[in-house]
Design a protein around this ligand. Sequence first.
Ligand code: URA
Length: 427
Amino acid sequence: FDPRPIIALLRDGQGLDAGDAGRIAAGLADGGVTDAQAAAFAMAVLLRGLSTDQRVALTLAMRGSGQVLRWDLPGPVLDKHSTGGIGDVTSLILAPLLAACGAYVPMISGRGLGHTGGTLDKLEAIPGWRATLSTAEFRDQVREIGCAIVAASDELAPADRRLYAIRDEAACVESIDLITASILSKKLAEGLDGLVLDVKSGSGAFLGGAEAATALAASLVTTAEAAGCPTTALVTDMDQPLARAAGNAVEVRAAIDCLRGEASALRDLTLALAAEALSLAGRADAMAEVTAALDSGRAAEIFARMIAGQDGPADLLDAPDRHLVQAPVIRPVPTPAGGFVASIDTRALGQAALGLGAGRQRAGEQIDHRTGLSDLLRTAEAADGPLAMVHAASEAQAERAIAAVQAAYRLTPDAPQRQPLILDRIA
Ligand code: URA
């Protein structure tokens, strides 16, 4: 197989047909396409762009490069994908919440890299919890409990695994076509009846500007729908952390507080995303249904079973302090001047958590599950106490993080307007 004619057509603006997309995806998965050819392919797509049909063809070809799950369950199979943010621990709540409403959630998730955290890293702050299940274990848990959150197996969209690493090296990550095909090739391999997307916009988002976020959301919805999966996207605020925590054990704690009924932006967004997902499955009063499932404790009960099902402690919800590791140094971040929070450099908060060891700069690095930030103030709130609490491995690390958090907050004397949580909805 010689991929050069396909790359040359793309380079010259003549597009990509479904057969060629399939050959490229297969070649990415089996090594028939070299690294140099893969980089040239990615750059040609980035510079020339794909039509909707071509993007759908690439997405389906990359999905088809590996295993595609099929289910036979008595309820809809649903999932959510987020483009990632600070304090975004919605998955831990949303998966059991949808399961509590009779849906099934086979959530294949990732690890964090750079300034945003990864769902699997957060869950690994729970002692004993296991991200890797065999396909049989994964299927059994989804069938019996209604949800599982697991690491991708090598068989999931292998073309994307290879292309993503090469895009990173070849400065080709920032292509809406390639991002769309990458995200959806993995999500659509879960065999879904509906997908809800949370595309973040703002200083802590993967793609910064509101326009780019809306364009990515539109591309994802159009492509997923054309590939046969009913999909809705919400564009949501990432100009501030979603939960008041950034790190691993501290974010699991925030998820538990939400499951136990605490009011927060995290709760509001999780309910909105879960309601969108359930609406895709035809439920008429989805918001009332998800709210009742959270408030009744049914979602919390399923969360407990999901954690225990993957070898975590059975009493995590009742005794989180017994199980979640604590950092040796916990310090408040003093407010340099009074007033209100005008704006937050949210990416800088993510970097501060990274500096504490809560995330990784390079794939494969060890992380410290104990460290991070908690009690983070959100915009428009009065800064009359600490801006946050720092959870650190050492005093020196805490000092650096305190300075970084102080630099990330801009305060004003007058209360600014609150920002809406949901900026746009694309269906
Ligand atoms: N996340 C992905 O899975 N792929 C991308 O290309 C970007 C973000």
